[in-house]
Design a protein. Structure first.
Length: 423
């Protein structure tokens, strides 16, 4: 469903902004009216209305106590609300979490003021629903089978079910509850787009879904602001991201990396793609990379193709992707060698130096983007982009390097070697 027109209730916008539009809006005693039909990926036409107006609309109404959170993904400056793109969904969920964490004191004060104004009529002391208005309620939702399943709902996206979309949304909501200092359930309930349904809330937090730029670009601006103001380090983990990551690991049935491994226990992981940016010389590359890793005294893991990572088969047929194997592959790797693609969104679960060196990315399809570097910077993995056109030279930033290299160096053993020699 689609762009929201704000109206009614007590609406407070945070003053600190990482873009042109105020990043966070807190509305109380407000309702969201879904349109007659849940829109496609290029529209967002749901409307925020005062509760008194919504109750006169003569439509089915659901009331939700607590502070609910509305989360959407947005690709560009105008339209493109396709939630099935994992990169943009990850960027939107992480940004929504971080912008509330970085405005925590102000938003807590506004929440206290709204509670006092309501004179006990509104319950603003606990997290309510996680509202995902761009995902139609008709979307197929299952639970993955097998030991890797976390119990997180798996939404049908681009031909297969995946736990990642619900897990990232619930992680954002739990991080937001942490920032607001309010109680939260272990698994926040989700609310999808139901045609003609009106959701009414004691409180609703939203992030300017219709106006402004894509959430990926907003995340990049947030990174720059945090660095300029000294609220985020140039290198090392970003503490503001810790509640989001901790929630994601818990929901996936896992835990974050706890120790820095000695060199002999480091793992270099190769993760390729079967459906895009396919390496035609993959067997030769595996042999050469394994030899390089062995010579450097570290382990080498051929993780296969990303299309198979975390995949389980549903009893009735079809694929379901569990989140835990995806998180843990990036968590346990010291270096990941991979091709550009949305699977790299899980880079946000990679520890910072010295627990991990980062990502070595092949752009043999000719596509270049700084999106994954933006995600890594936001959580503190901290790679630094560079481009290598000839024989690579040692870099003082090799521990935090995100390297892009052309087809002629696909893959580049000499460049990998500089990673493996890092102390």
């Amino acid at each position: 469903c689609g762009g929201a027109v704000l109206g009614g209730g007590v609406i407070a916008q945070s003053r600190r902004s990482t873009g042109r539009a105020p990043p966070v809006t807190l509305a109380t005693d407000v309702c969201l009216a879904h349109p007659p039909e849940c829109d496609g990926p290029d529209h967002f036409t749901a409307r925020l209305l005062p509760r008194t107006f919504a109750l006169r609309a003569g439509r089915r109404v659901e009331h939700h106590a607590g502070v609910s959170v509305m989360l959407v993904s947005k690709h560009g400056d105008t339209h493109a609300f396709d939630w099935t793109n994992l990169l943009h969904w990850s960027s939107a969920m992480l940004y929504s979490s971080l912008v509330v964490q970085s405005n925590s004191f102000e938003l807590r004060a506004r929440l206290r003021a709204a509670t006092a104004t309501s004179h006990g009529r509104a319950n603003l002391s606990a997290l309510g629903r996680t509202l995902l208005p761009t995902i139609p309620a008709s979307t197929s939702v299952v639970h993955c089978s097998g030991a890797a399943s976390s119990g997180t709902p798996a939404f049908m996206a681009r031909g297969a079910h995946s736990e990642m979309f619900a897990l990232l949304a619930q992680s954002a909501s739990l991080s937001i509850a942490n920032a607001l200092g309010i109680a939260a359930p272990l698994r926040p309930p989700l609310a999808l787009c139901t045609p003609r349904l009106i959701h009414c809330f004691d409180g609703l937090l939203s992030f300017q879904p219709k106006g402004g730029s894509s959430f990926k670009d907003r995340l990049g601006r947030w990174n720059r602001e945090m660095l300029l103001t000294g609220r985020m380090q140039q290198a090392g983990p970003n503490l503001l991201a810790a509640p989001f990551l901790a929630a994601a690991y818990r929901l996936a049935g896992s835990s974050p990396a706890a120790v820095v491994l000695p060199p002999q226990r480091r793992r270099v992981v190769l993760l390729t793609r079967r459906t895009q940016s396919r390496w035609t010389n993959r067997p030769e590359a595996v042999r050469e990379l394994r030899a390089i890793a062995t010579g450097a005294g570290v382990g080498f893991v051929d993780a296969g193709d990303a299309e198979a990572l975390g995949r389980t088969n549903l009893p009735g047929g079809g694929a379901c992707y569990a989140a835990r194997p995806q998180l843990e592959l990036w968590r346990d790797a010291w270096l990941v060698i991979s091709v550009v693609g949305a699977h790299e969104s899980n880079l946000l679960f990679m520890p910072s130096w010295p627990q991990a060196a980062g990502l070595l990315e092949s752009t043999n399809c000719g596509f270049f983007t700084d999106s994954y570097s933006t995600l890594a910077r936001a959580v503190g993995t901290g790679p630094r982009p560079c481009r290598r056109e000839g024989r690579p030279r040692p870099s003082p930033h090799r521990h935090h390097l995100l390297a892009f290299f052309p087809t002629s160096l696909d893959p580049s053993p000499s460049l990998v070697f500089f990673f493996l020699r890092a102390p």
